[in-house]
Design a binder for this molecule. Structure first.
Ligand code: ADP
Length: 580
């Protein structure tokens, strides 16, 4: 951490240079009022203090205090505004990194933990480079200046004796420091864990109520809160101990200094003014040592937060993005003997997939739940590292040769779990095409069969949806998600079971609309309802990660396999529904 901070400090020489210079100036100026007090006392004791003398000294005294105040305000403001700039740029970098990282990374880190890293960890790092730097610079310059002035203008013997206990203090702080590091990390992780819990509770509160699990979840939450409390108490105990140790040693230092000064006065080697000054200096020295002890906590917090933020900045997801070729269009997508195993699994989820999809074709993907349909289409999205066995080619070239951005730009993907943002309908759809016109939005809405629903909405396209807006049904959400993907006019549109919450008739309307509008473009439809792929050019049936049937819907019916059986079942269900 220190090396990185040092690099940052060197990158901003003016800010940190001026800060250090002003801190030094303030430390030197701090000595002036004290010196003036010493002078006034000594002149009073010697009966040489005149009114003119006194008013002159007092004028200097107040001017010095005002100057110290102005110098301090300037450098502290400069330092803290730089610390906020640091936080803001670090947060932006972290955010950029989060946007780049793919699914395997998000499977390793929980949302609450990532939130803690984005918020409090970054704040602690800002504190370290701002408040921490201030503590070091001001207290060290202050302590050194005070010691020097005590050493030179009062008594070198008394000064040396009184700083002796401070070396023991440094040693004790070092010992406590090591303990606090582990405790601080435990405390921070417990807080991150609690944030996760809160996020899950907020998401799942309805399910919890429905299953009458409120009390049980409350107890679970209580356990986590108690853990945080225990960890925080532990941390407080040890970090508080640093303050107590500081108190003991600074007290010892003052006692030694004052006893020895008393002896020096007895010997006629110190004046009363010097004794009072010495006492004030010792008080200041203790203050700066106290300040330095605060660094223990700031440093530890910063260090742990630094590790947490670095972990994200340097995290890998295993997805290679070193392709340089530009992708102009999806002329052909070819899977050859392609087998894929998830990074954390041992057995393959896809086995020996062989398939070719040409531009303009619609592919239907059907099969039982868990058979590998989503895994299959995720290969095109480059969400996971690619398989080491077999090939996945686009236009006869390995998919890894292409820029990932090019691939992403040309694909419109509607996942099973539709994600909508707490903004208005238009904004959610424009997410697919930033500068889409009103006409384009309305066309996408028409294709997604959402026009009638929109008419019912209080503010039309400007209706706020999501957490703070109007509540909409699962089917409506799915259709907005479809409109969002459709508005991109992507070369490859992938619907991953994304119409499961709408009725069969609406699904049929949407599929017909899409096929009409996407005559020469490629579409992949993953579905449970065979009627959705009845007009597809090609349909594959996936079972246990393998393609067990492939052909046109008519060919598959003739094969009398899984597709045919499923067709009969769904026909039966439809007839039952119609008779009800
Ligand atoms: P489908 O879409 O046909 O329902 P999936 O492709 O979602 O099937 O899942 C196929 C298999 O892959 C399942 O057994 C599932 O447990 C496994 N699987 C899915 N996602 C992951 C993952 N991220 N890590 C490990 N295994 C996974």
């Amino acid at each position: 951490m220190l090396t990185i901070f040092w690099k940052y400090i060197k990158k901003h020489p003016y800010v940190y240079g001026i800060t250090t210079f002003f801190a030094l100036l303030s430390s030197i100026l701090t000595i002036v009022p004290n010196y003036l007090i010493q002078k006034i006392i000594d002149e009073m004791v010697n009966h040489s203090l005149t009114t003119q003398n006194l008013s002159q000294l007092l004028w200097f005294f107040f001017s010095a205090i005002l100057l110290i105040y102005l110098v301090d305000v300037t450098w502290v403001l400069l330092l803290f505004s730089q610390s906020y700039k640091y936080q803001s740029s670090l947060r932006t970098n972290l955010y950029k990194r989060l946007l780049q990282l793919r699914t395997p990374f998000y499977e390793r880190f929980r949302s609450g933990d990532l939130m803690t890293r984005m918020t409090s960890d970054i704040e602690f790092l800002g504190d370290t480079i701002g408040y921490g730097f201030m503590l070091i610079v001001s207290n060290i310059t202050w302590a050194l200046s005070i010691f020097m002035i005590m050493f030179v203008t009062i008594s070198w013997q008394a000064s040396l004796l009184s700083v002796l206990p401070l070396f023991f203090f440094a040693w004790s702080v070092f010992k406590l420091w090591q303990k606090v590091d582990t405790l601080y990390e435990e405390n921070r992780d417990a807080v991150a864990n609690l944030s996760n819990e809160v996020l899950e509770v907020v998401d799942g509160v309805r399910v919890m109520r429905a299953y009458g699990k409120k009390e049980m979840e409350q107890m679970h939450f209580q356990t986590k809160t108690t853990t945080v409390l225990e960890k925080a108490n532990n941390l407080m105990f040890y970090s508080g101990a640093v303050g107590q140790v500081a108190k003991i040693f600074t007290g010892l230092s003052t006692a030694i200094g004052l006893t020895f000064s008393g002896y020096l006065i007895g010997q006629g080697q110190m004046t009363v003014g010097q004794l009072i000054s010495f006492q004030i200096y010792l008080g200041m020295l203790s203050g700066s040592i106290w300040g330095l002890s605060d660094i223990v906590l700031v440093y530890q917090q910063g260090n742990v937060s630094f590790r947490k933020v670095e972990e994200i900045l340097t995290a890998e997801d295993g997805v290679k993005r070193n392709g340089f070729d530009e992708l102009d269009s999806f002329e052909a997508i070819t899977f050859s003997d392609y087998s894929f195993t998830y990074p954390n699994n041992t057995l393959p989820t896809l086995e020996k997939i062989n398939l070719q999809l040409k531009k303009g074709e619609t592919l239907g993907v059907v099969g039982p739940t868990g058979s590998g349909k989503t895994t299959f289409i995720r290969q095109l999205l480059r969400q996971y590292p690619l398989a080491t066995q077999g090939k996945l080619q686009i236009n006869q070239k390995d998919i890894q040769c292409y820029k990932v951005n090019d691939l992403e730009k040309r694909i419109g993907y509607v996942p099973q779990e539709h994600i909508l943002f707490s903004r208005d309908v238009a904004h959610n759809i424009r997410f697919g095409k930033t500068f889409a016109t009103q006409a384009e939005i309305l066309e996408a809405i028409q294709t997604a069969d959402f026009t009638k629903d929109l008419e019912q909405m209080p503010d039309g396209l400007a209706t706020l949806i999501g957490e703070k807006g109007v509540a909409i049904s699962g089917g409506q959400k799915q259709r907005i998600a479809i409109a969002r993907a459709f508005i991109r006019q992507p070369e490859l549109l992938i619907l991953d079971d994304s119409l499961s919450a709408v009725d069969a008739k609406t699904e049929q309307t949407i599929i017909t609309n899409i096929q009409k509008m996407r005559q020469n473009q490629t579409t992949i439809i993953v579905t449970h309802r065979l009627s959705a792929v009845a007009k597809a050019h090609k349909v594959i049936v996936m079972e246990h990660g393998q393609i067990t049937e492939m052909g046109t819907p008519t060919e598959l019916l003739a094969k009398k396999g899984w597709y045919y059986q499923q067709y009969l079942n769904q026909q039966l269900e439809e007839n039952v529904d119609a008779n009800l």
